[in-house]
Design a binder for this molecule. Structure first.
Ligand code: AMP
Ligand code: ZN
Length: 288
């Protein structure tokens, strides 16, 4: 397998794009994809102060590294949720990440508010994940506002967005649009904008980037996290239909201006995508 760009030995094969790349060309390719996505969907702008929420996992580590590479004005935020060894290992990793990138790390401890996620797990087990989500969102927003950041960036991936959507549609629950959107601007002055700069990137692409660029991350998973059933379904569809995840997530958030304006057929007057509608074109071919 050879690199499509330079002909050297390829180390990655991206089925979604049908190309192979070497370890020099892959990081460039990845950086460009993120750059294009941020621009196209207006996810961040170069003048704003961005608070990058890092968990120690591969996705948010990749996000911090690529945003720094792209010249954004960033600082990191790690929330110590008080989840046993998992929180301790993650904190060490984000400290390494901060040193490695030369970017300031801020740490906020949930314990300082009087409880931890382990307390939640002991007292109300079934609610652990949603309580943890509530705590993270609250702390991210409050810290960002009190420290004059204009936007909080999280490392949500294309698989996160797609599996969230499918899970909710399949379960018959309302899908909150803001959970899908690459950027949400505030509806109140106490709320800070939220961005997902990696919403078009897949977990595999993020993993390759951190491995090739030797960016600190931990493969450790939260001990309270449930079985990722919907994620696994999404992985399986992607395995059988390479490119599915990217196409799906793009379809979900396609910018409005990309929809064609409404036009009417010159011949019959019905709605058409061009000058003449598909039916009249077909009829012309067969009868004309
Ligand atoms: P999760 O909700 O665990 O899927 O994580 C989604 C995103 O939230 C991650 O990519 C991070 O950007 C952010 N995040 C998760 N856990 C933490 C944490 N302990 N501290 C700061 N940010 C976090
Ligand atoms: Zn190459």
């Amino acid at each position: 397998m050879k690199c499509k760009k330079c002909g050297r030995k390829a180390v990655v094969n991206l089925k979604a794009y049908g190309i192979s790349l070497c370890e020099k060309c892959y990081p460039e390719f990845y950086k460009n994809l993120v750059k294009r996505s941020i621009k196209r969907f207006r996810i961040l702008n170069q003048h704003e102060r961005v608070l990058v929420a890092v968990s120690g996992g591969k996705d948010s580590s990749a996000m911090a590294a690529v945003l720094k590479e792209l010249g954004y004005d960033i600082e990191l935020l790690y929330i110590d949720l008080g989840i046993g060894d998992y929180s301790k290992v993650s904190e060490k990793v984000v400290k390494d990440l901060s040193k490695n990138l030369g970017v300031k790390l801020n740490v906020v401890r949930l314990r300082d508010y009087g409880f931890t996620v382990d307390d939640v797990a002991r007292r109300m087990r079934r609610k652990t994940c949603s309580a943890c989500g509530t705590a993270k969102r609250y702390i991210m927003n409050r810290f960002a506002r009190e420290n004059s950041f204009e936007v909080v960036a999280t490392g949500h991936t294309a698989e996160d967005v797609v599996s969230f959507y499918i899970k909710n549609v399949a379960g018959g629950t309302k899908v909150w649009a803001e959970k899908l959107m690459p950027r949400n601007d505030p509806f109140d002055e106490k709320i800070v904008a939220r961005a997902k700069p990696l919403f078009e990137m897949s977990e595999k692409e993020n993993m390759l980037y951190v491995l090739i660029e030797t960016i600190p991350y931990t493969p450790m998973e939260c001990p309270h996290a449930p079985e990722p059933e919907w994620k696994e379904i999404v992985y399986e569809i992607e395995r059988r239909k390479p490119g599915f995840v990217k196409n799906f997530v793009r379809g979900l958030v396609r910018p409005a201006e990309e929809f064609e304006e409404i036009r009417y057929c010159k011949i019959c007057g019905e709605v058409a995508s061009g000058e003449i509608c598909a039916f009249c074109r077909l009829k012309e071919k067969l009868t004309g």
